[in-house]
Design a protein around this ligand. Structure first.
Ligand code: CO
Length: 296
């Protein structure tokens, strides 16, 4: 279990991530730039004294996850887009991870958006210490089927540990038969993705998000300096060039990728190009009923 100090850090990181996510969702308008939303969300998180647990993901339509705008990204939201905003804040490694979905100027996908929200909120009603992992997935799956959609099977909720966003237990959005139980003290992110497509994602193009996978002394002193900056600023968390307050960050990211010091994440695209919605909260498993940490 967390001590009082760490518990309050976890709560604060969660609350700030929740407010940041709400700010981002409010900014999604036809003609608005993805870049501006990501900068605003991350700027808010940092202005509150938190670090970024990962870059603000802004994934649209059939892209389920792992797109963040690049340094000079010109993409704008278009009418009818289904936009997922997924963001995370951290304080001394304690993370709040939360996501929501909005539709730009239309209501065609209201049911799809509600389906992932309802699935997440259904889980929130019973999750606690002792809950078998498979029951979470079963509840997500049932809720989505009742709403006429499929969960994405190969995108999972996950346990979170200090400085480790995807740690230990993975929590599928379907009944995988895993009878392991949630234990007191665990922190888990529950994130159902709903789709009208296949219910699977495949790797798409790179999404501008990277993380450190290896330490290596680099010959180029500027590249070495950049490495030391990102290790200090983002620790073991995923990051992107746009969030680096250092010149030529994009160039240095490419160099570090080439040297195998960084690894990049691909965008996750629905296999049949179905529309995708996502809702996510972080839960602290403290007793019979978990505490939702990512409420504004
Ligand atoms: Co997550």
């Amino acid at each position: 279990m967390l001590n009082d100090e760490d518990h309050s850090k976890l709560r604060k990181a969660g609350e700030i991530a929740a407010v940041a996510r709400a700010i981002g969702m409010d900014m999604v308008k036809e003609g608005g730039k993805l870049h501006d939303v990501a900068q605003e969300v991350e700027g808010y998180i940092r202005s509150k004294g938190c670090g970024l647990a990962f870059p603000c993901n802004i994934s649209i339509n059939e892209v389920a996850a792992h797109y963040t705008p690049c340094v000079d990204d010109r993409k704008v939201f278009e009418k009818g887009d289904v936009v997922k905003i997924d963001c995370g804040a951290e304080i001394d490694g304690h993370v709040g991870d939360t996501a929501g979905t909005v539709e730009v100027g239309t209501k065609r996908y209201r049911d799809l958006i509600e389906a992932s929200k309802r699935a997440r909120d259904t889980v929130a009603e019973f999750i606690g210490s002792g809950t078998p992992i498979c029951e979470i997935g079963r509840a997500v799956e049932m809720s989505m089927h009742l709403d006429g959609f499929k969960p994405i099977q190969n995108l999972c909720g996950h346990q979170i540990k200090p400085y480790n966003l995807h740690a230990g237990v993975s929590i599928p959005n379907y009944d995988d038969g895993n009878t392991d139980r949630l234990l007191p003290g665990m922190i888990v992110a529950i994130e159902p993705f709903a789709t009208n497509g296949e219910g699977m994602v495949i790797n798409g193009p790179p999404g501008n998000i990277v993380r450190i996978i290896r330490e290596k002394k680099l010959a180029d002193p500027k590249a070495q300096e950049f490495f030391e900056y990102v290790r200090g600023e983002f620790k073991s968390f995923p990051f992107c060039a746009r969030s680096c307050d250092i010149p030529d960050a994009e160039k240095h990211v490419k160099t570090l990728l080439r040297h195998g010091v960084l690894s990049g994440y691909a965008q996750m695209v629905e296999a049949k190009r179905g529309m995708v919605s996502q809702h996510e909260h972080t839960f602290y498993i403290i007793g019979e009923r978990a505490e939702v940490t990512t409420l504004p």
